[in-house]
Design a protein around this ligand. Structure first.
Ligand SMILES: Cc1ncc(COP(=O)(O)O)c(C=O)c1O
Length: 379
């Protein structure tokens, strides 16, 4: 099997991740609650430290772990005080942003404004600025599109948000581990990440960063192993965001993945993936009847979308999987709005090829040769 669906979840996981996960389950449990005396290893703090390097934020204690990006986005969007505020998001957002925005009861009276993107999936900072008002409370941007791989100019958009006094929330689910993230430099008030994609962790891990300056009502209340006699949080400073038993094996595995990436260097991972992406773009562009989305020759994430004329994305993915053992993903990729801008609405989405640093040039060649055969047969 050639697995090219890493934007959904990476496979295979790094051997060090598998080993760390298995060892964490095989050995006596590390402190079930962070403050507990049993278990000497602070897996939570260690994972915070590792993640602070990936996210480019200094304040590691403001990184909290959840079951993933979806959980984190729900926690932020329901816990930030956005009463009466305009919320600006982009057309490249994932449903883990869009659905909370349109469904959370706390946000039912908020004005949600969507900034368009161009046919490559790029959002222009000036288009964000055009939608800003003195009453805008939050700007949300997906750093790297999970449909076209397009990378947004986060620093420029962060400056726009800051100029209007709005919070800046970056979704780095697709970029964490694949692209440099500079949360502090972008002026990000919050960052959301997932563990099971470019960081090679297991499904059900991820988290968020929230700046110390922001007030966030917790999404979950419960035991934390600290100050257990306190029933009511009286001030924002007392809030805790790690209630309940933590996914210690998951966080230990996540840290192993992050350490491996930091050791290799995120820039080196990016360069390797770019090489594969460029090769793929060139190969796809030469195939008759293939429409490639996204922009060639700009640095993108490890994602390439395409369609074959007269074949639906679902049929193409089916033939690739069942005829050639190549796993890709077809459809809207949980990002429904971007397709009207990149021209894939009518075809009901795209075929998405998404890579990890473990994919090889040989696998790209296999994919291209399979597609050459498929396109010949549909002509
Ligand atoms: C851009 C983006 N944001 C958020 C998510 C949701 O991530 P999780 O699986 O951790 O909930 C995804 C997952 O596909 C994504 O691509």
């Amino acid at each position: 099997m050639i697995y090219l669906n890493n934007a959904a979840t990476t496979y295979p996981k790094l051997p060090c991740v598998l080993e760390a996960h298995a060892a964490a389950l095989a050995n006596p449990p590390q402190g079930q609650f962070r403050g507990s005396s049993f278990g000497s290893y602070d897996f939570y703090g260690d994972c915070q430290t590792a993640m602070s390097c990936i996210l480019g934020v200094r304040d590691r204690e403001r990184i909290f772990f959840t079951s993933g990006a979806t959980h984190s986005l729900n926690a932020l969007l329901s816990g930030l005080d956005l009463r009466g505020k305009r919320i600006v998001a982009t057309a490249a957002e994932h449903n883990s942003v869009l659905r909370p925005l349109y469904n959370l009861s706390q946000l039912k009276d908020n004005e949600i404004v969507i900034v368009p993107c161009d046919r490559f999936g790029k959002v222009r900072p000036q288009d964000v600025e055009r939608r800003m008002t003195a009453n805008t409370g939050l700007v949300i941007v997906n750093h790297c599109s999970n449909v076209t791989g397009m990378v947004q100019d986060m620093e420029a958009i962060g400056q726009v948000a800051g100029k209007y006094g709005a919070l800046f929330l970056a979704d780095v689910s697709q970029s964490a581990g694949c692209l440099p993230i500079r949360g502090d430099q972008w002026g990000a008030d919050a960052l959301v990440f997932t563990g099971h994609k470019g960081l090679f962790g297991v499904q059900g891990t991820g988290g968020f960063y929230i700046s110390r300056k922001q007030s966030l009502r917790p999404f979950l209340y419960g035991g934390t192993g600290r100050d257990s006699s306190r029933l009511i949080y009286k001030t924002d400073a007392e809030y805790e965001y790690d209630a309940g038993t933590q996914n210690a094996p998951g966080l230990i595995a996540l840290k192993a993945g992050v350490d491996a990436i930091l050791k290799k260097g995120v820039e080196a991972v990016q360069a390797r993936e770019q090489e594969l992406v460029r090769f793929l773009y060139d190969g796809l562009s030469q195939l008759c009847g293939v429409m490639v989305y996204g922009q060639k020759d700009v640095n993108t994430g490890p994602v390439v979308s395409f369609n074959i004329q007269r074949l639906s994305p679902a049929d193409t993915a089916y033939i690739l999987q069942n005829g050639y053992g190549i796993v890709v993903r077809a459809g809207l990729h949980c990002a429904p709005l971007i397709h009207s801008f990149i021209g894939s609405r009518e075809s009901k989405g795209t075929v998405r090829v998404s890579l990890s640093a473990l994919n090889t040039m040989q696998e790209m060649e296999c994919l291209l040769s399979a597609l050459k055969e498929i396109t010949k047969n549909v002509r």
